[in-house]
Design a protein around this ligand. Structure first.
Ligand SMILES: [Zn+2]
Length: 442
């Protein structure tokens, strides 16, 4: 009843046009993207609503109604993209260029492609007049790449009615990885994101002339405090879901690369294993609360010893972390009463959705169909997404994409020559539509 070939062509063309709209954040200008989406929806007889959290900062919502017997699914993507440095691209990042079987453009993976899969799948279901058990909510948000304040957070605060009746939220990443280091495809479904806990260290001391320094100046105190903090070993913490990820991953790794993955907590007590494991920055971040020194400020003038020196630490928390406990741990590591430790803003406590819901299982089936032989693993993302906001609003939030991506392609996300294969778009829209038929079709 659905012509998959035609739907695939339409998906490619819709994404090509969507990628031509520059929604680089800042400034975002998501309203241009929202207008494009609204126009397509209107043409198909689907009403949509747009709200602006600030000038140009638009988010859009549309809905295919279900019969109300089951909770709704919010299919959400962010309209904004990160900037593209044209000097390093071989094509125009907003040109919608198709070459060698790929569609190029900023947002080709992160994440206008997923947004267009949502859109095209809804159009297909609407045209086929498929009766639904669940509402399918199409949600396009502003500002995800800069912390969600003008997008998902604005919606959760101001328009909770946009989420009313919904049980699930699905967004991005997930992906199916296939490369030479794996014996079978490895697919992930994101169940949680680490959240940032920005911490400010402020050292204070007597100011003075740079020509006559003394040991306890504010900058000196700050440098020593940072040194102690970075040297402090915070023990790893392996969440059961993270152990599950590595156990599943072990199944697709050559045996010699999987040694110790069946009991990570135990293996991490071995210094040699720990060093090898931590050498992979992403893995290290999956089992630890991390502290990155990102901003330093001292005097405004080279010959003035300032009364104050500050450092910003980008701390990232895992599900189950307690911000107050972390602050206490940092204070103990810093061990200087003249260095104040404070949160730079209110903590965003991490949240997590279970990997055994009906939707999770259906998504896992979809991934295994898309890439036969794939092993599906639950994943904790080390970066932030809008799903944190929607989980906090009471929904189960997952990151899912039916795209088979090689490792090299991943470097292009936020990098140069971001692209998606036409095959991924054609097969992806079919996989997505079938998933929605499975979980929401009456
Ligand atoms: Zn993204």
């Amino acid at each position: 009843m659905i012509d998959w070939g035609a739907l695939g062509d339409e998906t490619v063309e819709l994404l090509r046009r969507y990628l031509q709209i520059d929604t680089t954040n800042p400034p975002g200008n998501e309203v241009a993207g929202a207008r494009f989406l609204a126009e397509i929806l209107t043409r198909e007889g689907i009403a949509s609503e747009t709200i602006e959290a600030g000038p140009g900062r638009a988010s859009l919502r549309a809905r295919l109604p279900g019969d109300g017997s089951l909770g709704g699914i919010v299919l959400h993507h962010h309209i904004d993209v990160v900037y593209a440095d044209r000097r390093y691209w071989t094509v125009d990042p907003f040109g919608g260029v198709i070459a060698d079987g790929y569609l190029y453009g900023r947002g080709a993976i992160d994440m206008k492609s997923t947004g267009i899969l949502h859109l095209a799948a809804l159009l297909a279901l609407k045209r086929a007049r498929v009766p639904l058990k669940r509402d399918l909510v199409f949600l396009a948000t502003a500002d995800e790449e800069a912390g969600s304040e003008f997008g998902a957070q604005f919606i959760a605060d101001r328009r909770p009615d946009w989420l009313a009746g919904a049980e699930y939220a699905i967004s991005e990443i997930g992906l199916i990885q296939m490369h030479s280091g794996l014996t079978a495809p490895l697919a992930a479904i994101v169940i949680s994101e680490k959240t940032s806990l920005p911490i400010t260290l402020t050292a204070r001391g007597e100011p003075g002339h740079g020509s006559m320094p003394w040991p306890d100046t504010a900058p000196n105190r700050l440098v020593r405090a940072l040194d102690r903090l970075l040297a402090a070993e915070r023990p790893p913490r392996v969440l059961p879901e993270v152990q599950e990820f590595f156990s599943r991953m072990a199944a697709v790794l050559p045996a010699e690369h999987a040694v110790g993955y069946d009991d990570l907590a135990g293996s991490l007590r071995d210094p040699a294993f720990r060093e090898r494991f931590y050498a992979n920055r992403q893995y290290a971040a999956m089992v630890r609360t991390t502290f990155a020194v990102t901003m330093l400020r001292g005097s405004a003038k080279s010959n003035v010893i300032p009364p104050e020196a500050t450092a910003q630490i980008d701390c990232r928390m895992l599900a189950g972390d307690d911000p107050e406990e972390i602050a206490e741990w940092v204070r103990r590591a810093v061990a200087d009463p003249n260095v104040q430790v404070q949160f730079a803003r209110d903590p965003k406590v991490p949240n997590l959705s279970p990997p055994d819901t009906e939707l999770y299982k259906a998504m896992a089936d979809t991934l295994r169909r898309r890439a036969p032989g794939a092993v599906v693993a639950p994943m904790i993302l080390v970066a932030f997404t809008d799903n944190w906001v929607f989980r906090r609003a009471g929904l189960h939030g997952y990151g899912f994409s039916p795209f088979v991506i090689e490792e090299e392609e991943l470097q292009r996300i936020h990098g140069n020559d971001e692209r998606i294969s036409l095959e991924n778009l054609r097969e992806g829209v079919r996989a997505y539509t079938e998933l929605l038929l499975n979980v929401a079709g009456a």
